[in-house]
Design a protein around this ligand. Sequence first.
Ligand code: SAH
Ligand code: F3S
Length: 442
Amino acid sequence: MTEMKRVYIETYGCQMNVADTDLIIGLLGRSGYTATDSPGEADVILVNTCAIRDNAEQRVYGRVGELKRYKRPGDVMGIVGCMAQRLGRTLLDRVPHVDFVAGPDGYRMLSELILRAGDGERSAEVGFKSWEHYEDVPPVPSNKVAAFVTVQRGCNYRCTFCVVPMTRGPERSRKLADVVREVERVAASGTTEVTLLGQTVNSYHDGVRDFADLLRAVGEVDGIRRVRFTSPHPNDFSHRVIEAMAQVPEVCEHVHLPMQSGSSRVLKRMLRRYTRESYLECVDRLRAAVPDLAITTDIIVGFPGETEDDFLATDSLVREVQFDNAFTFKYSVRDGTPAVKIREHVPDELAGERLERLIGTVREVARRKNANLVGSTHEVLVEKEARRGGLLQSRTRANKIVLIEGSAETIGSYRLVRLTGTTGSTFTGVPVAGRELAVLVE
Ligand code: SAH
Ligand code: F3S
C-alpha cells in the first residue's frame, strides 16, 4: 500500500484565492493527496499568491524563504496564483528552491507538475484557459460555516492600475445550473451562508441568465439563509440586479462597492468608467431599494497625477457616502499596466501622508455610524472562536462583527443579539433570547 502524500498550502490575497485553495485541495485529493496544516509534515508545499500590490509580492518572497527549511530532500515546493501567473519562469529564476509555478488556470496540471518536480524538472504552467471553471472538481471547503463560491473568473475591465486582467485572464461566468449545484452541495453539508465571488461579480452572465437570476436561484436553495457577493462594479448594478437584492430575503444588507477615488478626473485616468456623480447615484439607487444597507469600499491614494484637490475629493466622498468601512491602499506600480505610462508620479511620502489622513476620515465616519447602532438588535451567525477572551465571533447580515459569549457548540447557528458596545469597528453583544433563533422563527 502506498502512503498518502500530504500537501500544505498557505493562502494570500483575496477571497477568490481562498476558494481556489479549496479547489486545489479537491483537485489534489483526486490524485491521492491529503491536506495538512503543518508544513513540517508535508511532502508538497504550496503558496497561493497575490500580485495586486508590490508589498503582497514581497510578503510572499519572505514567506517562501522561511518555508524552505521545511523542504526535505524529495519534497516539492510550488508557487501558484496571481504572482506565479504574472512572473512565470522569472519566479523560478529568482527562487532556486521552488520547483514549479502555476497560474489560476493551471491547477489541473498540479499533480503532473509535482511528478515532474520529482524527476528534477522545473516547470511553469501559465497559459490562460478561457473555458476553465474546474466544473468537475468538488472543492474541499476550509470553512464549514460560510462558503465562498466562485461564479465568475477573470476580468474584462481594464482599470489602468490593475494587474488582475493580466493574472486572471478574460472574464467568464459559470453556468447558473453549475453554481446552483455547488451551492446545493455546500448547503447539504450544513453550510447556511454563501458568498458569490467574481472580480465584477454583478456583470455575471452565462449567456442566458444574469446576476439577478443568479441571486434569485441561489436564494432559493434549501438551507441557504444568507447570500453575499463580492465585488460588484458600480456600472453593473442594473435595475434587475438591485430589484433582486431587494426582493430576495436571503441576500444580505451589505455591498462592497469599490470606489477607488472621489475625483472624476482621477477616475477617468483609472478608466473606472464612472464619475463621482454616477458613483453617488449608484449608492442612492442601492440605498433606496435596500433600507439599512451597509456599504464598504476600496480606495487608492497616490494614483499618478493625484493632486491635493483630487485627494480632498476622495476624502469628502467618504463623508458624503458615509461608508461603514473602507480598505485603503497606497497606489503600487504594476509592470505592464497602462498607468505605468502616466509620468506624474506622486512621491511616496506624500502618498503615505494622504493615506494616514484618509484612514482617519474612514475611522471617524465608521465610528460614528457604529456608535449609533449600539442598543439595536440583530440576527448574527456564530462563526468561530474569537481570538481573545474566550468569546465567539459572530456576524450580522450587514457584515458587522459582534463578539458574544457562548459555547463552541453554537458555532454555525443563528442568534438574536443586542449590541452593547463598539470599539469603533467591531461590537460586543448579548443574546436576547436563550434559544437558537432558528427555533424562534419557525
Ligand atoms: N475587481 C476586484 C478588484 C480586486 S483588487 C474587486 O473589486 O474585488 C482589490 C482592490 O485592490 C481594488 O479595488 C483596488 O482598490 C486595490 N488595487 C488594485 N490594484 C492596485 C494597485 N496597483 N495599487 C494599489 N491598490 C490596488
Ligand atoms: Fe481590476 Fe478593475 Fe477588474 S480593479 S479586477 S481591472 S474591475
